[in-house]
Ligand binder design. Structure first.
Ligand code: NAP
Length: 328
């Protein structure tokens, strides 16, 4: 008998067709998929589920006795309580690698836009302010030849280091709990303590996963440790930065500017002080949001789920412990 899969995110037609070859597929419309109670009720009918952007709490899984696998269309899995899933024997799969390059492109877009004031000055032209040749008031700062500090040099951090070192002649510093020797060899990246990275870098880019250890990794003290001329870039998760402390630092001139793809509350409220600051570039969490990459992520997540339910999934598993000792 075919398993039943719940899709709680709209999927491309070909991906849905692929799932239907392997399973009965239940779908939730976008409105219902945002309601924890509707999602919890639907989990009870499913052997597996695929989706993204919803916090899945242990309470929502109570009574979901058939559920064997969850497949998130993302690399980050901070929306799940992984230990709880493992205790329930539910495998969690994610989509690393397929989004690495697009997300690194987004980070670089934020670096360039913040340093060269691209959004602010494009708005200035649109508002009819360009009436004579430019002066100091419109100058930005250079990116090439500067020092880039990457907090969390993994897959995306590595793609960022490649762009920075090979494309822009930048020095790369990074923090990780363990060394990334490949990036050290290929891009001259140097592993340093967080304090040294903050003090030396012209651009500080966060690319760590959100975990209890990385929540508010950058707060008042860390912002004060940065150069006054430095720019903070966050395309990891909003809560790795203490947003209230960042707002204060940007207001006080503790740092020069920020480029942000992620926020503590998403969608970012329209009255956020960040949106009133000229030295902030704010994007709506577009890290991986290109047609090609979002399609590849959906496809990867669907294949992960089908394989997990067939007992053949061998990669992209967040909690291999959930498979039991024989299949780890
Ligand atoms: P990854 O390959 O696992 O890289 C994460 C890096 O962070 C690793 O090098 C890891 O090294 C380091 N790290 C983990 N915990 C740390 C800690 N406590 N202190 C310092 N470093 C730590 O993951 P990835 O594929 O590059 O993705 C990274 C994150 O980017 C995701 O988790 C996701 O939240 C975010 N992301 C955002 C978007 C977006 O749309 N803006 C898109 C894709 C991904 P060690 O283990 O050695 O510490």
């Amino acid at each position: 008998m075919k398993p039943t899969i719940l899709a709680y995110k709209t999927l491309p037609d070909d991906v849905l067709a692929y799932l239907r070859e392997h399973a009965e597929v239940l779908t939730l419309d976008a409105g219902a998929a945002r309601l924890p109670d509707a999602l919890a009720a639907a989990f009870k009918e499913a052997d597996g589920a695929i989706g993204s952007s919803m916090k899945i709490t242990p309470a929502m899984l109570e009574g979901a006795a058939r559920l064997k696998a969850l497949s998130t269309i993302s690399v980050g899995f901070d929306q799940f309580d992984v230990d709880d899933l493992t205790r329930r024997g539910i495998v969690l799969a994610h989509t690393p690698d397929v989004l690495t390059e697009s997300t690194a492109d987004t980070v670089f877009a934020l670096i360039l836009a913040s340093a060269r004031r691209v959004v602010e000055l494009a708005d200035w032209v649109r508002a009819g302010q360009w009436r004579e040749s430019l002066g100091e008031a419109q100058f930005g700062v250079d990116v090439h030849g500067k020092t880039l500090g990457i907090v969390g040099l993994g897959r995306i951090g590595g793609a960022l280091a490649r762009r920075a070192a090979l494309g822009f002649g930048m020095r790369v510093r990074y923090t990780n709990r363990s060394p990334n020797e490949a990036a050290e060899r290929a891009f001259g990246a140097k592993r340093v303590a967080l304090g040294e990275l903050l003090a030396e870098s012209d651009f500080v880019c966060l690319q760590v996963p959100l975990t209890p250890e990385t929540r508010h990794l950058i707060g008042t003290a860390e912002l004060k440790a940065m150069k006054r001329s430095a720019i903070l870039i966050n395309a990891s998760r909003g809560a790795t930065v203490d947003e209230a402390a960042l707002i204060e630092a940007l207001r006080d001139g503790t740092i020069l500017a920020a480029g942000l793809d992620v926020f503590e509350r998403e969608p970012l409220p329209a009255d956020s002080p960040l949106l009133a600051m000229k030295n902030v570039v704010a994007l709506p969490h577009i890290g991986s949001a290109t047609r090609e990459t979002r399609h590849a992520m959906s496809r990867c997540a669907a294949e992960n789920l089908v394989a997990a339910l067939a007992g053949t999934l061998a990669r992209n598993i967040v909690n291999p412990e959930a498979l039991g000792p024989s299949r780890r």
